[in-house]
Ligand binder design. Sequence first.
Ligand code: HEC
Ligand code: HEC
Length: 464
Amino acid sequence: MIAFHISPVLKVGVRAGPSYVLALMAISVMGIVTGLHSGCLPPPVDSGRDTPPASDADRSIAQNSVKMLAEGRETFRFDTFGSESFWGDALKLHQALAGSANGGVGPGVTPNQALQLGLKVDSDMLIPAVIESLQSGTLNLDDPLTTLDLLRADAVVGVKGFFDQNRTITSIGIQCALCHSTVDDAVLPGIGRRLDGWGNRDLNVGAIIAIAPDLSALANVLQVTQDTVRAVVNAWGPGKFDAELTLDGKGFRPDNRTAATLIPPAFGLAGVNLHTWTGWGSVTHWNAFVSNLEMHGHGTFFDPRLNDPVRFPVAVRAGLHDVRSNPDLITPKLAALHFYQLAIAAPAPADGTFVREAARRGESLFAGKAGCARCHVPPLFTEPGWNMHTPDEIGIDSFQADRSPDGRYRTSPLKGLWTHQKGGFYHDGRFPTLRAVIDHYDGHFDLSLSEAEKDDLVQYLLSL
Ligand code: HEC
Ligand code: HEC
């Protein structure tokens, strides 16, 4: 699949579409299957057994895993699920990005402003000449036209621009990668190669929504004014989003702080039973939920728990417990999307980013005196089984738990914690540092941890 070069400034690289990726990956699996183990599948890690030759059934499973991975990655990175009908056609967000000089409205959004909003640029989509001009500072990052060029090159992570033949932007849709990928900053801060699964804690989703010219779609469903919608989303801040707003209409907590929650990572989730901060369901439940109800894609979603006028009045008004679309742009993609997400392991911290000796002592505390491993069971770091706890058990208020069907908080899987220290910890970032989390547990569970022990625990958490 080749994306054509339209812009004189930025060229779209050859995008490795499904068939290309598939072919490459199939070759690499065949390499393992036929080359390394002479006709055998790779043996299980600890197996002392002789591996028998691969059967047709074994081979077909291995080939399916390659296909699922490639398709799922394509969906995670590039599928909008038809969400352009909401972000473009209804909210007209593309017009605000373009600005009046380019067929839109207002001043437009420059690349520098987009980077300030936490949007990321995928350098694999840019030709070397553009990367050089970025590094030498000669590419104009203060012109909304360059933003449009980047969108045309499919280089803005998680955002897809649609253009007509006159190169005018006509709509815009969003992808999973918007919130759950970032980049490695290899070219410049905010510009580099993709890191799938990392929560984008720089992304100011609320500020992006707030610049949309027409928020009537949200205002109508929430039964408030557009100004109120703007005030609610402007209060979210970087790294946060409120997936429950369009279910219960609650924009703020009782203490008047935003009701939004942090964007969690979407890696290290294999083996974890329930997902999201409040354990709404499995990974695939949430994938269907978010693509239909939050991204405003067009698919099928069924969850009768939402048909609860007391807890979810907005969802009931909008009929969100039983969504059907024709054509269904989501359901056929859910299996591979699930598979891809489970394949994303939590990234290991680099050497030297934590103190190894202290981490080793912290590990003993985690399993022993501090009692953490009772809930954060290694190596999943959540409970195998029903990984949910009442607000009282962990010593916090019930506001966010009450916005979900189970009324509980899910034990966060802790691997890769080092990647998401920005924005704080716990669902709403209430603890600014890991040390603050440990202080909370020290008080709540009466642990009598010494200062040195707390430091060791922090080092252990940073090593996961
Ligand atoms: C606008 C930002 C945004 C987009 C787009 C988005 N998510 Fe999320 N995602 C979130 C937030 C916020 C949460 C936490 C929700 C909660 O607890 O209420 C979350 C939670 C999750 C979780 C649970 C993680 C865990 O720790 O259990 C998964 C899995 C996930 N999202 C996958 C996806 C997939 C797949 C897509 C695309 C179909 C997607 N998300 C699109 C913001 C987003
Ligand atoms: C009773 C079960 C339980 C015990 C014991 C427990 N935790 Fe937790 N932990 C949770 C739950 C539930 C959450 C999610 C809270 C939230 O998001 O509001 C959590 C969240 C966390 C987080 C934040 C993760 C994130 O992504 O923001 C850290 C860090 C953490 N726990 C570390 C520890 C440490 C260290 C200990 C031992 C001192 C410990 N926990 C003991 C249940 C537990």
